[in-house]
Design a protein. Structure first.
Length: 109
């Protein structure tokens, strides 16, 4: 009887982890780290970064929008666990808030 109760704890399934969700969450996390590096460089140089950093920031913001789209797409996959797609969505929204907020603040201030 003891072993029978033990089997009820496991749930055998055909679900797999979403590869698109894993890739998107890693890329979004890298974009957040890149944002932190850019902010740190901007503070160390007194806000005087070159236009190359600005153009790289715009490209990173566009990449963040792509990550957001792919994370929503990975959430809609069937027969897959939702851990990595949810992480990808959270990281993508956070990265978009960081990059987009900085971009908007650049126009306002």
């Amino acid at each position: 009887m003891l072993f029978h109760r033990r089997r009820e704890r496991f749930k055998f399934t055909e679900k797999t982890h979403s590869k698109l969700g894993i890739i998107t969450s890693v890329v979004a996390l890298l974009l957040i780290i890149l944002y932190g590096i850019f902010v740190m460089l901007a503070f160390h140089r007194g806000g005087g970064l070159s236009t190359y950093f600005g153009s790289a920031g715009v490209v990173a913001m566009i990449g963040t929008m792509g990550c957001l789209g792919f994370s929503v797409k990975s959430l809609k996959e069937e027969d897959s666990f939702v851990l990595f797609p949810r992480l990808a969505l959270i990281f993508s929204v956070l990265a978009l808030l960081c990059w987009g907020g900085t971009y908007i603040m650049g126009f306002v201030l």
